[in-house]
Design a protein around this ligand. Sequence first.
Ligand SMILES: [Mn+2]
Length: 317
Amino acid sequence: MYDFIGDIHGHADELRQLLEKLEYEQHDETWSHQQRKVVFLGDYIDRGPKQKETIGIVRGMVEAGDAIALMGNHELNAIGFATSAADGKEFLRPHSLKNREQHQKFLEEFPFGSSEYKEVIAWFKTLPMYLETASFRAIHACYDTRQLKIISDHLGEKYLLNDKFLTKAFTAGSELYEAIEVCLKGIELDLPAGKSFLDKDGIERHKVRCNWWDPQLKSFKEVAIISDENIRANLSDEELPANAIAEYDNLKPVFFGHYWHRGETPEKLTDFAACLDYSVASKDLTLGKLAAYRMGDESILENDHFVYVDSIYAKRI
Ligand SMILES: [Mn+2]
């Protein structure tokens, strides 16, 4: 039996509280439950105050056989940041100001090039991209079986994120790059030619983030992940091209993180889909939470199986 936990982003205090609430017991530095294991949905690092402690808990549970930890886009970015490009001068993820700023809290706890840095990056390279069992699926952002097959084919049987794999994974436009973008960051679609919308910052956008977990949705207007209903109203009613939608059959529960959900009470998105990222790392949000789903033998998700704790930032307000 599994408990699924969403994006932690260095919030180790909330993680301990959540594990306690889920009745895991702490022995020395690791946590376990007699009947249950955790599936962590990725994004352990960046942003938050206690990234080393978070890694310590997650990794400790994985190594004791009490958890499975999936790859998030932040762990993959960290690998790219650490890995030299083939010419030996640059890195697969460039050390631009923007990229360094996004990664800064992690680099403060794991100084670039130090032995502990190399060690944790090597561990990130072992994290699986997704998980499927007879009763559920789990991934960081988007369960697209067509893209997952591309990733698996490139990984081969040994499941090794070696330099050859990583070079392709960080080459914009390659088949592998696109597949990883979709699975770890979600689907973004080009709006029909000539169509655009202004986002909340007034920037003109020609692409839109898309819902992939509800196959009943067909048009741009329906699938767009946009909170502003006025913006949505201006989107096209045109149906999406068939191959633009994730290949996803909606036949068993799927768990994912990544989308910075907000809301008083975590709840399912459909009978078969649960997003467990409730913005624990958001400083400007009074409702930020670390969320979990406790799975029993149900084949349809139940809202009273969500378990969560408030963000440390939420409590201050
Ligand atoms: Mn993410």
